[in-house]
Write a protein that binds this ligand. Structure first.
Ligand code: UD1
Ligand code: UDP
Length: 369
């Protein structure tokens, strides 16, 4: 059986890598890989770490391109690959524009779709934007829904999807972490190696969501700047997403604050070890909300809603919004309230046991027989 896996951005690559590795081990699967290249450097970093060489690279990347540009250019390229390869299944992961366009193109061409990380719902179609819509639209044309958690399966059942087509698997991001985190890790990045993680509280910050660009992100950065200035021995490390709008704002807001270290996006190996060494994380990322609990790191989520409620329910993550006062208060509290900190740091990981990829590939083999 032939499985065509299509992906385009950093998080999709990280979460599909363990599945691709698992498929490579199986004699009865021919695995073909197509990247759209929606991301470029950030995607290539992950391909290098996991030693994945795509069979097709559509190279659609253009800096600052619109959602419509991404959609049109990837659909045409994916259709050519589908026609040439005639796969039995097209596999996608998550909620990006690459995911939705690949699924729609497969649907137009009569190819079955497997959707990894199916059934996450924020309850607001505009947030995350456009990901909430991408994930739901992908679900509509999917035959095999790989839901990470029970809650994700229930979301799909509420929308009347057929229970026989939904499989609870855990999230493959936990499998990916198993490849990377080690106790005695040395960073390649000089700035990181010079940080004293023992005697400082190091906050790891990431931010890139489209709905946070502009005013919300400015409020968050400004609150973080002030909270760092109001406390001793606190440092922030911010590996800046390559979106120029994020970088411009970060440079402007954090300029001159020597306790806020702005660095380039880190390779996954470096980043996951930084997560493991930091004190806590402030982020609007989806994947990081899932990784942090398995590293026992509290996460403050700078968003108004999340489709990853499991972390909130387990107590490892807190939704703090993007208003200046809320961000300042929550970050300040977690820095200074040890009880609160240890409660959040010792909660259990609800996102999986590191065996999601094996389960997903077993199901694919069984269902395509
Ligand atoms: C995309 C996904 C988002 C995902 C995020 C992960 C969509 C609509 N958005 O958002 O769901 O959470 O990836 O990071 O699919 N850039 C580079 N080089 C890169 C990557 C990005 O220069 O390797 C810059 C470019 O200027 C690009 C901009 O970042 O135009 C935004 O990239 P884009 O893929 O449109 O959206 P993201 O915000 O990265
Ligand atoms: N990540 C990384 N380097 C970085 C920042 C993040 O490797 O500098 C990883 C992180 O561990 C997680 C994934 O990228 O697995 C999350 O990607 P991102 O936040 O861009 O996207 P999202 O998960 O929000 O879709």
């Amino acid at each position: 059986m032939k499985v065509l896996t299509v992906f385009g951005t950093r998080p999709e690559a990280i979460k599909l890598a363990p599945i691709i590795k698992e498929m490579e081990k199986r004699d009865n699967i021919e695995s073909v890989i197509c990247v759209t290249g929606q991301h470029r450097e950030m995607l290539d970093q992950v391909l290098a770490i996991f030693e994945i060489e795509p069979d097709y690279d559509l190279n659609i990347f253009q800096s600052g391109q619109s959602l419509t540009d991404i959609t049109i250019r990837s659909m045409k390229g994916i259709e050519d690959v589908i026609k040439k390869e005639e796969p039995d299944l097209l596999l996608v992961q998550g909620d990006t524009s690459t995911v939705f366009t690949a699924a729609l193109t497969a649907f137009y061409n009569g190819v079955k779709i497997g959707h990894v990380e199916a059934g996450l719902r924020s309850g607001n179609i505009f947030s995350p934007f456009p990901e909430e819509a991408n994930r739901q639209l992908t679900g509509i044309v999917t035959s095999l829904h790989f839901a990470p958690t029970v809650n994700n399966k229930e979301n799909l059942l509420k929308e009347n999807y057929d229970a026989d087509q939904i499989f609870i698997t855990g999230n493959t991001v936990i499998d990916a972490l198993g490849y990377t985190v080690t106790d005695s890790f040395e960073f390649n990045d000089k700035a990181l190696n010079s940080i004293d993680f023992e005697n400082n509280k190091v906050i790891l910050l990431t931010s890139h969501r489209r709905e946070n660009l502009g005013e919300p992100m400015k409020n968050v950065f400004s609150a973080i700047n002030d909270v760092v200035n109001a406390n001793d021995n606190v440092k922030v490390v911010f590996p800046m997403h390559l979106n120029p709008k994020v970088r411009e704002l970060a440079r402007k807001e954090f300029e001159g604050n020597e306790n806020i270290i702005l660095i380039e996006p880190l390779e996954y190996l470096e980043f996951s070890n930084l997560m493991s060494k930091c004190y806590f994380i402030v982020t609007d990322s989806g994947g990081i909300q899932e990784e942090a609990p398995s590293l026992e790191k509290p996460v403050l989520v700078i968003r108004e809603e999340t489709e990853r409620q499991e972390g909130i329910e387990a107590g490892t993550a807190k939704l703090i919004g993007t208003k200046y006062d809320d961000v300042f208060a929550s970050v300040n509290e977690l820095l200074n309230d040890e009880n609160e900190y240890s409660k959040m740091a010792s909660s259990v990981n609800p996102y999986g046991d590191g065996k999601a990829s094996e389960r997903i590939v077993d199901i694919i083999v069984e269902k395509l027989k």
